[in-house]
Design a protein around this ligand. Structure first.
Ligand code: ATP
Length: 427
């Protein structure tokens, strides 16, 4: 099978040009260069992933170094793994790995790099649709190396592992498979599904580090079709396999798009990089579990302080109740602020997703306006006017902030007057 035309149509001129140049360089030095993995899969179904992973039947580190210096590009090398990265500029990167077979000195250890032919390299991969290579040499440009029938499985929309021990060797492949099945709307073939169930019955995730599971969760909740992925996670009982007692919630379906919509609608008020959308999605999918289970989950995944806070906030019906508490007709902006101040933005987005129009309107105003209100008057200012620093002074400043949030004072003089009135009243 030759997909040169698909490649020419699917990859931009500059990147295609680079692939062709690298292919010519490889052929001139008697080596074989291939595009592999997700990029080949995506090309064959008419899409295109952002990453281009290459495999060289030869020494990839030397090859990438020579090519990068000939082309005037940046270059990163990882000789211990037989890999290198060419950095043409901007976000674009091209990873080149030495074709290798898997060799583990002992279970769980990092694999030794044992150079081998492309077919052996494909054999260590997860699913047949990810185990195809596309030749980049001029003499065979676009030819597909497909030892496991990946092209046929792509047509049948099947996810099929390459061998029976695959999920035991690396249980994260179960999560990868579920992610792909949601993204592509593919099914596992019968044997693969049975192997997943057998691996789960052996509690294979018990030996996987929290960091690796968290990495997979991040990728899952960054998926566009994450609602569909969660349905599959539930169908396989993955929650309980990761942590006994934990279950993914289908609430994500109700709120996934809304969380996205909320982040978009509120974007004017949310700082660049302030939201971690995967974390908001994960929290929505964890909603309804008991708080102690979520605390344990956060610990199991080695979650950061913020991640733990967001995940544990998903406990019980906190999001729903928080949304409900904002529903009161006469709630002032300052009262909304006191309910939401200090909460991570992801929690606020989940609350927005659970709310009705009224609650959402209040959250929108909070994000876009109220939370950015700053006083012009300060404690120092009041001290310079003869007031003693005290707890009461702090309370007066808090009271003026609330007035300002509600639009009842404006300007420094009015703030000073309001603070002094408050101090007087308190005497
Ligand atoms: P995506 O579109 O999500 O980036 P991808 O297939 O490109 O998907 P990567 O995680 O970038 O996924 O991996 C690149 C390739 O490496 C895969 O296509 C697969 O061949 C192989 N691979 C990645 N992770 C594993 C794994 N855990 N076990 C076996 N092979 C893997």
């Amino acid at each position: 099978m030759n997909v040169a035309e698909l490649l020419r149509r699917g990859i931009s001129g500059e990147k295609l040009d680079l692939l062709e140049r690298l292919g010519r360089t490889a052929e001139a030095s008697g080596e074989r260069l291939y595009l592999v993995g997700g990029a080949v899969r995506d090309l064959m179904i008419g899409g295109r992933g952002p990453d281009l992973d290459l495999v060289l039947q030869g020494d990839a580190v030397r090859f990438a170094g020579d090519a990068a210096s000939a082309l005037g590009f940046g270059f990163d090398r990882h000789p211990a793994f037989g890999t290198a990265t060419i950095l043409p500029g901007g976000d674009f990167r091209m990873d080149i790995a030495t074709a290798r077979r898997e060799a583990y000195a002992k279970p769980g250890a990092l694999p030794d790099v044992v150079p081998d032919i492309i077919e052996a390299d494909l054999q260590r991969r997860d699913f047949t649709i990810n185990a195809m290579a596309l030749c980049l040499l001029p003499s065979g440009f676009g030819e597909i190396v497909d030892p496991f029938g990946g092209a046929d499985d792509l047509k049948k929309k099947f996810l099929r592992v390459l061998h029976d021990g695959s999920f035991v060797d690396d249980p994260t492949r179960i999560l990868r498979g579920i992610r792909f099945s949601g993204r592509l709307n593919f099914s596992f073939d019968e044997r693969t599904e049975k192997l997943i169930r057998e691996a789960l019955a052996r509690r294979v995730f018990d030996t996987v580090s929290g960091a690796r599971i968290k990495k997979e969760m991040k990728m899952i909740f960054e998926e566009h079709e994450r609602g569909r992925v969660v349905t599959h996670l539930r169908a396989f009982g993955i929650g309980n396999s990761i942590l006994p007692g934990f279950e993914f919630s289908l609430d994500l379906f109700k709120v996934a798009d809304l969380v996205r919509e909320a982040a978009f609608e509120l974007s004017g008020g949310i700082g660049e990089g302030e939201v971690e959308p995967w974390l908001a999605g994960f929290a929505a999918a964890a909603a309804g579990n008991s708080p102690p289970v979520l605390e344990e989950l956060a610990e199991r995944l080695g979650a950061t302080g913020k991640e733990s806070e967001v995940l544990t906030a998903a406990g019980g019906s906190f999001f729903k109740e928080l949304a409900k508490s904002l529903g009161h007709k006469n709630l002032k902006p300052s009262q909304v602020a006191s309910a939401l101040d200090g909460l991570p933005i992801e929690v606020i987005l989940c609350c927005y997703a659970y709310g009705g129009d009224n609650e959402r309107g209040k959250i929108r105003k909070y994000i876009k306006e109220t939370r950015n209100v700053r006083l012009e008057v300060s404690g120092d200012e009041l001290v310079s006017r003869g007031h003693n620093p005290s707890k009461r002074m702090g309370e007066a400043i808090g009271a003026v902030l609330r007035l300002k949030q509600d639009g009842l004072v404006g300007g420094k003089e009015a703030e000073i007057e309001a603070a002094e009135n408050h101090l007087k009243e308190d005497c």
